[in-house]
Design a protein around this ligand. Structure first.
Ligand code: C2E
Ligand code: CA
Ligand code: CA
Ligand code: CA
Length: 279
């Protein structure tokens, strides 16, 4: 919550109240937003900890509201979860992300992974597998470049079902990341039952890394756990060189954060990739 508050204050123009009339208005404009093409994807890179090279990107949803300006996902996704609109919105998200990734591939950039966030309702939607399969076929996206980010708490809602869905996704060749790791209550022994590829250490641990011995030991424990399970360990919310150095020394594999860049629209992201890959 600490992280989110800071984020909203700094980078979004709109602070929505939870007033019920406003919620109602928001809900009806959310219904129109899809057909009016008001949703945007911003992209933030993931870097290899040792080489600093970009390994992929995460797609992050924004709503460019005609009157309210740029709205943060945390301001409308909870409502979209409640009213079910997150399912079609989410479908638009992975469709757009896959098409963008294919376009960058065709432009000759190296194979970079594309991470997409899923919310609980989407994850439990019976059409998820079919929708993803269709998207992969329609866009020509290489399944192994698509990484679905699922939060730790979502995975614990119904473990047998989660395992089943994840196994089906793996069979399609898609990669799975466990997001916000360390904030949920997963039994660590259960973790090995999930077919995972990546663990993302929650930004709240990274934030106080330099000052908090407790956060340092938790971070080290998560890295070791991930490594022992053969997973790629990614730190999110890395904002300073001190944090990056610490993570590198402790063998974290990849990182994301304002230290390198903020999420940005596709055109800007493409320019930064051109700089990096000198094309
Ligand atoms: P998340 O998946 O944990 O994404 C990380 C959030 O941290 C993003 O906020 C990102 O902009 C922000 N961030 C990145 N680097 C830093 C940093 O160095 N410092 C700080 N303080 N923050 C950093 P954002 O874009 O506002 O997204 C918030 C959350 O909304 C995401 O958290 C994710 O749970 C959800 N979300 C975003 N896009 C989607 C989507 O397409 N579908 C679904 N279902 N959820 C989404
Ligand atoms: Ca994420
Ligand atoms: Ca996260
Ligand atoms: Ca988070």
């Amino acid at each position: 919550a600490k992280e989110q508050g800071k984020n909203n204050a700094q980078f979004y123009s709109t602070q929505l109240s939870t007033d019920s009339l406003e919620r109602l208005a928001l809900e009806s404009s959310m219904r129109k937003a899809l057909e009016n093409r008001e949703f945007r994807l911003y992209y933030q890179s993931k870097q290899d900890m040792l080489t600093g090279r970009v390994t992929g990107m995460e797609a992050l949803l924004r709503w460019q509201h005609p009157d309210l300006g740029l709205i943060a996902p945390m301001q409308f996704i909870p409502l979209a979860e409640e009213n079910g609109l997150i399912v079609p919105i989410g479908r638009w998200v992975f469709n757009t992300a896959c098409r963008q990734n294919v376009e960058w591939q065709m432009q000759g950039f190296p194979p970079l992974s594309m991470a997409v966030n899923l919310s609980a309702r989407q994850f439990l939607d019976e059409h998820l597998l079919g929708d993803i399969k269709t998207t992969l076929e329609e866009t020509g996206m290489a399944p192994e470049l698509l990484e679905l980010e699922i939060t730790e708490s979502m995975m614990m809602l119904d473990m047998p079902r989660t395992v089943r869905i994840l196994k089906d996704l793996k069979r399609m060749g898609v990669r799975i990341a466990i997001d916000d790791f360390g904030t949920g209550y997963s039994s660590l022994s259960k973790l090995k039952d999930f077919p995972l590829d990546t663990i993302k250490i929650d930004g709240s641990f990274i934030q106080d890394l330099v000052n908090s011995a407790e956060d340092r030991s938790l971070t080290e424990a998560i890295i070791e756990l991930g490594k022992s399970l053969g997973l790629t360990v990614v730190a999110e919310g890395v904002e300073s060189i001190e944090q990056a150095d610490y993570l590198r020394v402790h063998s974290c594999d990849q990182f994301q954060g304002f230290y390198i860049n903020m999420p940005m629209p596709a055109t800007e992201f493409e320019m930064s990739m051109r700089d990096q890959f000198r094309r």
